[in-house]
Design a binder for this molecule. Structure first.
Ligand code: DX5
Ligand code: ZN
Length: 218
């Protein structure tokens, strides 16, 4: 009832070459691009905002799907600017939202798809009431903030539970996902696979993308 998609996280690439890195990943078979926005407040790191997303959209053209992972304290603030900049999906954190229902409507009205993310310390029961209204649930498998951290296997019961309750929901995993951890993600029922350091630092990203997708499809 769901497809397998691989979205590179470009956080660990040379950020001065972001457009080139995005194009390289698409040429290697990526299904979408996972773009990590950090505000230095919700997480202890800063990346980029909508001006950069607009430049990236101009550079890579209309096709690549931008999944914005919004690790920011006031997610409602950036919905309109991100839509205008060319974002396709807006994934916000439940922990940062005071009124998820309102935010979901705002994102839909802007024309973007809706993703809802939970940090490792947030239970899946807290996400469940919104699952019927979103396009994708993101189960974080590291504490958000930095690429290159170790995969938290103990998050997999969240994925399995969501998959059992919502058979057609897109479920994304993000953090420490690569060839070593993809089997656990696939078994649990994740179908949107974010991979950062394991993928973008590989000397054969095309094979890694194909492998990640194939394990989910098995
Ligand atoms: C972490 C980010 C992730 C991360 C993924 O806060 O949300 O997208 O960059 O990178 P890896 O796969 O290296 O953990
Ligand atoms: Zn992310």
């Amino acid at each position: 009832a769901y497809t397998a998609k691989v979205g590179p996280s470009i956080l660990s690439t040379d950020l001065s070459q972001l457009a080139r890195e995005c194009e390289r990943m698409m040429e290697c078979g990526a299904d979408y691009l996972h773009l990590d926005v950090m505000d230095g407040h919700f997480v202890p790191n800063i990346t980029f905002g909508h001006p950069m997303v607009q430049c990236l959209r101009n550079a890579v053209g209309p096709h690549p799907f931008f999944d914005m992972h919004m690790m920011v304290s006031r997610p409602e603030q950036w919905v309109t600017p991100m839509a205008a900049a060319g974002a396709n999906q807006y994934t916000f954190h439940l922990e940062a939202s005071t009124n998820p229902g309102h935010l979901i409507r705002l994102i839909r009205e802007s024309g973007m798809k809706v993703g809802l993310a939970i940090k490792p310390g947030t239970t899946v029961e807290e996400l469940a009431p919104w699952a019927g209204q979103i396009d994708m649930a993101l189960v974080m498998t590291v504490e958000p903030g930095f690429g290159g951290q170790a995969f938290m296997e103990d998050m997999m019961p969240k994925v399995s539970w969501l998959r059992s309750q919502f058979p057609s929901l897109d479920i994304e995993v993000d953090g420490g996902v690569g060839p070593d951890s993809i089997h656990r993600c696939a078994e649990a029922g994740a179908n949107m696979i974010v991979s950062g350091s394991a993928l973008v630092s590989s000397d054969d990203p095309r094979s890694v993308i194909a492998l990640l997708r194939d394990v989910v499809l098995e």
